[in-house]
Design a protein. Sequence first.
Length: 256
Amino acid sequence: MTGSSRFTLSFSFAGIPTTIRPSIWIVLLILGSAGSGPPDLVYSLSFMILGVISLLIHEYGHAFCAKAFGIRVLNVELGNLGGVTHTEGRQSLTRWQDLLIVLAGAGAALASAAVVGAFLGLLSGDVLGGVLSALLLPLLSLAPEGQDLLIPIIQPFLRGVEILDPSLHLLLGFSLFTFISVIWSIFNLLPILPLDGGRALALLLNDPKRASLIGVITASLIFIWALTQTWIFTAFITAWFLFVNWRCYRDFPRGS
């Protein structure tokens, strides 16, 4: 394994050149530290490592879907706030093929969460509870009122995992991986450029300018909501997306 700098990791997976830059480790470590409440090094490091794995699965979803359509994948790169899959020859794709490639990242991440849930459910004796926990438990961070409905349904799975691993380290890893995979997928599907949701909207509308205007509106609403929840990091990120989408909208020629 080699890298272009001391802390950059470069390797090949299934013939896809992959680069992991130091910035993504730092960002995920900060996010993990912010989400752990009191300082917890194990939680923060687990968040960082599982976050990189989840992001790689997301990007490989794009990459393998592109390869399935005969598109050359140049490389996958993780850095800063996420990842990107570089390809060439996408001009030969139909709009619907391009859309499938865009959506394949979130699809791969959600599928991986479901598979992990099914596997842990198989070990604990409740496969359905494992899948439901993987896909729905992370959503309680966005809609806590749903716990009265969900928790009784997945309780057998949670008890089974606790019996399987009384230290709860297994449950912590499961919770972190599925949280990152599901929440990032939802966020990434928002109709905001350059997120996958914004790119998908531009393809569906066949109108990048309208897509960027919708991105401005969506980012503005999320920014205001994040401020009311005192989610400073989310507010900062959406403020950046707001600026990016406003600039895209402004730079399109009139009548485009």
